[in-house]
Design a protein around this ligand. Structure first.
Ligand code: CDP
Length: 242
């Protein structure tokens, strides 16, 4: 991860000119796909992500059904052209891990007991990747689930904080992710503050960890406002057309 020849701070600013607690630019659009029950297109820095949600619908094959509640299948996929070196198409260890942690995060917030034997399928397609795709994917999934009208306690949202050249920063960019000291992706329910996902790559002291967690949660709350604005925008346009 570390490379002493790379400078991640110049004149107190990060490589892309941000201050330590700035997010990269974010654009969110809800309801962009017409065949899905809910969808979202999101750009976050250089990340470009499309999410399509289907369900609740009968879980198939039937042996996957839970007679007490719905199951959640989040599937994170990176397009072959999404990264610098072409990625071999199809699932790999990393995408299986991300699919699993996102599914588990969504299970905590969706009202699954309302839909026994059903599945809720969340397809996350990364079209362009530039660090922080699991947070961007989960954030887009939250909007797509809301667009599908699937009952949930809150709209889940994610954002990372980390450490570069000994300083804590919000929302690591590509070079910061490659050459920084630590990355801490966090997903929360903004209404209750419940943590839905927490992972860590690299090393932080306990004090740094607490500060980075606080920073990531503040970032989540800012992104949450953009999610809500995207949903309001979609339904406002629909009401104006009617
Ligand atoms: O994307 P995220 O930060 O959630 O996950 P990561 O495993 O820490 O990956 C960091 C970044 O490495 C990704 O966002 C991509 O930009 C890049 N990457 C890549 O270039 N090729 C891969 N096969 C996987 C990741």
């Amino acid at each position: 991860m570390k490379n002493d020849n790379i400078k991640l701070f110049r004149d107190g600013k990060r490589v892309d000119g941000r201050a330590t607690d700035d997010l990269r630019p974010i654009k969110i659009e809800a309801g962009v796909l017409h065949r899905a029950d809910g969808s979202c297109y999101l750009e976050w820095g250089g990340n470009k992500i499309m999410v399509a949600v289907y369900g609740p619908r009968e879980a198939i094959p039937r042996h996957t059904q839970n007679h007490l509640r719905a199951i959640v299948n989040a599937r994170y996929n990176m397009a072959a052209f999404s990264v610098e070196d072409r990625k071999r198409p199809g699932p790999d260890r990393r995408s299986r891990e991300i699919s699993k942690v996102i599914s588990e995060a969504l299970e905590k917030i969706l009202l699954l007991e309302k839909f026994p034997r059903a599945s809720i399928d969340v397809n996350i397609e990364v079209l362009n990747a530039e660090a922080g795709t699991r947070c961007a994917g989960l954030t887009a999934a939250g909007v797509a689930l809301a667009d599908a009208g699937i009952p949930m306690k809150d709209i889940p949202v994610a954002c990372a904080a980390g450490k570069i050249e000994g300083q804590l920063v919000l929302d690591l960019g590509k070079e910061e992710d490659n050459y920084g000291d630590a990355d801490l992706p966090v997903a929360i329910s903004p209404r209750t503050g419940e943590i839905l996902l927490l992972q860590m790559d690299g090393h932080l002291t306990f004090d740094e960890f607490e500060k980075a967690l606080d920073m990531a949660i503040k970032g989540c709350n800012k992104v949450s406002e953009l999610q809500k604005a995207a949903i309001i925008q979609k339904y406002k346009v629909e009401l104006e057309v009617e």
